[in-house]
Design a protein around this ligand. Structure first.
Ligand code: AMP
Ligand code: GLY
Length: 453
């Protein structure tokens, strides 16, 4: 492969991990369009011979114009908001090969009514009972029909923070009705509909895949932790950290992987039938293993954040080649390979996150201690001024430990978290034996209860 001018749009921890994996290939010349300057991505742009620009990453035309100026040959727009804003479409219109989904294809993520209705129309397995509601009367009837055991979801994008579930964030069906009314009245998520779904009970897992329109190449499964506090309590966040243990997770059966894979394949086939076009890019299935099999919580049209850091830390193929394959509609299997290793990712977040983050606080990174830990560090919401790192208001730094064993990976990540000092905190339980045992025990009980029926 000759040198390729590659554009990455985005500036979070996920994008730093993408940039790092991409630049392992010496043919990649990295260019980045970022909403704020990620010091890790900026350094990779410079060291690979590329460049970066700071601007509004959702201004599709401005991104495409800059890409033309920089003679970009291959592009990947990463965050959900840029996909909805049509950044991939503008890049394609500018004649640039693009490995991320169009606005239309990413509707699988940004319109929950579209994803659910597609699953229903094409009889795709794993779809819970759901109702798409336009007004309070319909929402109340749906909540009653599901006996108050529901997830209330704004139809549009809410940065992973709009969904509320009875028994967790909602006390009972009265609170569910009040929340559904609030979603509709405030037009939360910018689509004036609310989805009321059957509440599912089980263990969640993330299935990410490279998709070239026809084939779904699955990556190792990951379990994310959306709740802010240890023991899975507190408010929902973008994700506090995640772990993986090879291709599979310890609480799953091999059939759960193949069932999830089939659901993803059926979904892109249904999308192709429905639209006459193909889904190209990374598809993210948020699944839940229940006593009645694997069900879909939602689809995203991108890598997960933090889950990208887990899978890319063990990616052992040619990411530049995979992106080229997605853009051309034909991924070469030999470009995809993952090490069989465990990963633990912990996000350092600012004090007060996610309710009232205290930003702009200095962070000290002890480079020698970080090196000694063996962990990788990915910058997310930080600012660099005069060689010093300051916290932003969102998740600041992703730390990833990789090892044969998850307990060792967890220790590596913890040691590295200790190498960062400042007004940040993290969930210490992610990847620990105690937490994994709880997951395994929960799933075992659900499966046994089912057999007992
Ligand atoms: P989402 O933004 O769709 O990923 O939802 C956020 C979180 O809400 C998920 O990670 C689940 O923990 C929870 N959730 C969403 N849908 C359901 C459902 N149907 N049943 C139970 N929990 C759900
Ligand atoms: N970690 C959840 C997400 O990326 O949507």
């Amino acid at each position: 492969m000759a040198k390729v001018n590659f554009l990455l749009v985005g500036s979070g921890g996920r994008e730093h991990a993408i940039a790092e994996a991409l630049c392992r290939n010496p043919d990649a010349v990295l260019f980045a369009y970022m909403s704020s300057r990620n010091p890790g991505i900026a350094a990779l742009c410079k060291s690979s011979g590329g460049d970066y620009e700071i601007g509004d990453i959702c201004k599709a035309d401005a991104v495409a114009k800059w890409a033309k100026e920089k003679k970009i040959q291959l592009a990947f727009s990463s965050p959900d908001a840029t996909l909805e804003a049509g950044v991939s479409d503008a890049l394609i219109a500018a004649g640039i090969q693009t490995a991320s989904p169009t606005r239309e294809a990413s509707r699988l993520e940004w319109d929950k009514t579209f994803a659910r209705n597609l699953m229903k129309k094409y009889k795709i397995a794993g779809c819970p009972k759901f109702f798409v509601c336009k007004n309070e009367k319909e929402a109340n009837a749906a909540i009653d029909a599901l006996h108050g055991n529901v997830a209330v979801k704004p139809a549009g994008l809410t940065g992973g923070k709009g969904v509320k579930v009875t028994g967790y964030q909602l006390k009972d069906s009265a609170e569910a009705k009040a929340y559904a009314a609030e979603v509709l009245q405030t037009k939360m998520g910018s689509i004036p509909q609310v989805v009321i779904e059957e509440k599912l009970e089980g263990e969640e897992f993330t299935f990410q895949a490279f998709v070239d329109g026809k084939t779904v190449f699955g990556m190792p499964l990951v379990q994310d932790h959306k709740r802010a506090l240890e023991g899975d309590i507190g408010v929902n966040t973008g994700g506090m950290g995640a772990y993986s243990t090879g291709l599979m997770l310890p609480f799953l059966e091999p059939s759960d992987y193949s069932d999830a894979h089939e659901i993803m394949k059926a979904t892109i086939d249904a999308y192709a039938k429905e639209s006459g076009k193909q889904f190209v890019g990374v598809l993210y299935g948020q699944f839940i293993a229940t006593s009645k099999g694997v069900k879909v919580i939602e689809f995203n049209a991108r890598f997960g954040d933090p889950e990208a850091m887990n899978v890319l830390a063990v990616f052992d193929g040619n990411l530049l080649g995979v992106f080229e394959g997605m853009a051309k509609g034909e991924i070469k299997r030999e470009n995809i390979s993952f090490l069989h290793a465990a990963t633990v990712c912990k996000y350092l977040v600012p004090e007060g996150y996610p309710v009232k983050s205290i930003a702009n606080q200095p962070l000290e990174i002890d480079d020698a201690a970080l090196r000694k830990s063996g962990a990788r560090l990915f910058f997310a919401s930080v600012d660099e001024r005069e060689g010093k790192i300051y916290t932003g208001s969102s998740r600041n730094i992703g730390i990833v430990g990789v090892a044969d064993d998850v307990a060792v990976a967890e220790k590596i990540a913890e040691d590295a978290c200790d190498a960062v000092s400042g007004k940040v905190w993290h969930r210490k339980d992610i990847g620990t034996k105690k937490l994994l045992d709880r997951r395994i025990g929960h799933m075992k009980k659900l499966r046994e209860d089912m057999k007992g029926i």
